[in-house]
Design a protein around this ligand. Structure first.
Ligand SMILES: Nc1ncnc2c1ncn2[C@@H]1O[C@H](COP(=O)(O)OP(=O)(O)O)[C@@H](O)[C@H]1O
Ligand SMILES: [Mg+2]
Length: 117
């Protein structure tokens, strides 16, 4: 169990899953037989709760060298993006004693969130 603001935490996952959906849809545009995947894993021990989200979308590409930039307000690589999603996500996670990390993977993106219980 995590003591949290339920509405805010839902907002976090809504924003992250929305990003994954947009990323896999973008990849699917130029790949006919592409099979879209989003995996969400929850683990915990005595002191931490960990959530890992993985998608097989376009990935972070060139961004991976300055990955923390994506947390900045108004940072977006999308035509109609606002760049606000992840800055809100980051603020909420910090308010809940947590941290977020972005990991480039072979085919897509991996995001890890750790909360201190
Ligand atoms: N799952 C993901 N896969 C690839 N890139 C991502 C993913 N999530 C976020 N990003 C990158 O981070 C940027 C900022 O995301 P966000 O703050 O949600 O704003 P927006 O979605 O409006 O662009 C995105 O434009 C994209 O470049
Ligand atoms: Mg977004």
């Amino acid at each position: 169990m995590l003591e949290s603001d339920k509405e805010q935490i839902s907002r976090v996952f809504l924003n992250l899953i929305k990003n994954s959906i947009e990323s896999i849809n973008q990849k699917a545009q130029n790949n006919n037989n592409f099979s879209k995947k989003i995996a969400i894993e929850l683990t915990e021990d005595d002191s931490h709760i960990e959530v890992t989200l993985e998608d097989n979308g376009v990935g972070f590409g060139e961004l991976k060298n300055n990955i923390k930039d994506i947390l900045n307000p108004y940072f977006t690589t999308k035509k109609n993006g606002t760049g606000l999603g992840l800055s809100i996500v980051n603020k909420i996670i910090n308010d809940h004693n947590g941290k977020i990390d972005f990991m480039p993977i072979q085919n897509g993106a991996k995001i890890n969130i750790t909360f201190l219980k």
